[in-house]
Design a protein. Structure first.
Length: 417
């Protein structure tokens, strides 16, 4: 809650789902929805937005008074927007909790506690858990998929990964492919059942997406198929910039993992040590997860256009591996001052870095801040003149959404005025 209270507004990457949830909540005719006038570069699915909007409608009578108080505390951010962010955050947390309880049953209480601590002192995962990105909706299901995996429900994991890939993010297949190969090699799944699960999940996901999204887009459509064609097959994502091959390893992962990246070598050492309290089948599982996540980042690095959110799906695994390393440092008989001091310094350093990143991020929504200030100025005017507010692309990319609109004013996002 702290993250969306301090940074309540949304950026351009979150625009589609933000506007979609608002439209589902407030409008009855899909022809009046924002995407009909501003469809974006590629179409996106309405499935995630529909789930969030439905849950908002259910809890709104109970929780809205509370979020009206939070709205005042968050620089007058709209209470409906805060409630939407809260619901998505709860969905993300439920997936996280399912994965964490699976870690507890498989690797023990100490590893689960270390996993919690590592996540709490990081910035990016917590920051994005309530942000309406396609990556976030996918991450919710991927947390559950990893939860299936640590419970030895491998076929259920692959079904959910395939389902997620064809609905929210086709790049989940880049993660699924190496995981499937590694699970076959380690006999966690057989070839026939793996293929059966993969095909059934793809068919179910595409069918579901076409049924839902064709209604909202008013044409026959599979949104993620068009996204895959645009970004990967046609490689048009490079139009939004390119990064060197090593960027994920030299910039994105160190920033997102912080101290966890330094605990990973201790985890690898624990896997190699015969006296480790990690049993052989758990070592195989952990090694499979780590190699799968690492291969995912290696493969994704070949795509020129890079963003940190593209590799979100690997972060829970890297955090688990880091948690095993932290647990091996601290949860031993007489860990010693050096181990405790080393771990504490890294954790505190990560927490301080995360706090700084959160503060900097709160300053990154000048469009919303400007519109809020304009509203305050207009409210203090004694005038009956009709006011039309025009917002350029920079404003709409940096915090402005329909949640900020007021009934007494008219708004325009039309370009070339």
């Amino acid at each position: 809650m702290l993250h969306f209270m301090i940074c309540p507004y949304t950026k351009v990457e979150e625009s589609f789902n933000t506007q979609a949830v608002f439209d589902i909540l407030k409008k009855s005719n899909t022809q009046d929805f924002d995407h009909m006038f501003f469809p974006g570069v590629v179409p996106r699915t309405f499935i995630g937005a529909s789930v969030v909007a439905t849950l908002v409608q259910i809890v709104k009578p109970i929780l809205l008074p509370i979020f009206q108080i939070f709205s005042i505390m968050s620089s007058d951010a709209p209470s409906d927007l805060l409630l939407t962010r809260f619901i998505l955050g709860c969905l993300s947390f439920s997936g996280y909790q399912y994965f964490k309880t699976g870690i507890k049953s498989k690797f023990g209480l100490s590893t689960a506690l270390c996993f919690n601590i590592i996540n709490l002192v990081q910035f990016h995962l917590l920051f994005y858990m309530s942000r309406p990105l396609p990556n976030t909706f996918a991450l919710v299901l991927i947390y559950f998929a990893f939860g299936f995996w640590v419970r030895d429900k491998v076929k259920s994991m692959f079904f959910l990964l395939g389902f997620t890939a064809v609905i929210f993010r086709s790049d989940v297949f880049v993660l699924t492919a190496p995981l499937a190969i590694l699970c076959l090699i380690t006999f966690q799944v057989n070839l026939f059942s793996g293929i059966l699960m993969g095909l059934s999940s793809i068919i179910c996901g595409i069918t579901f997406s076409i049924c839902v999204d064709s209604f909202f887009w008013n044409r026959f459509i599979w949104p993620e198929g068009e996204v895959f064609l645009y970004n990967t097959i046609e490689n048009k994502s490079i139009n939004w910039g390119a990064m060197p091959y090593h960027w994920y390893f030299t910039s994105a992962l160190p920033r997102s993992l912080l101290c966890a990246i330094l605990f990973i070598p201790f985890s690898i050492n624990a896997l190699k040590t015969s006296v480790s309290n990690i049993k052989k089948n758990k070592k195989i599982l952990l090694l499979t997860m780590f190699l799968g996540a690492l291969t995912f980042v290696v493969l994704y690095s070949f795509l020129p256009h890079k963003e940190l959110r593209f590799i979100f799906f690997s972060l829970p695994i890297f955090n688990l591996v880091g948690a095993v390393g932290l647990s091996s440092l601290l949860c031993v008989h007489n860990p010693g001052f050096i181990r405790i001091g080393f771990s504490t310094i890294l954790l505190i350093g990560s927490l301080l870095a995360s706090s700084l990143l959160l503060h900097v991020s709160s300053l990154n929504y000048f469009g919303a801040s400007s519109l809020t200030k304009l509203h305050n100025y207009l409210d203090n005017r004694n005038s009956t003149t009709t006011v039309l507010i025009h917002m350029d692309a920079h404003a709409t990319m940096n915090g402005v959404s329909q949640y900020l609109y007021r009934d007494e004013y008219s708004y325009s996002k039309l370009e070339l005025l």
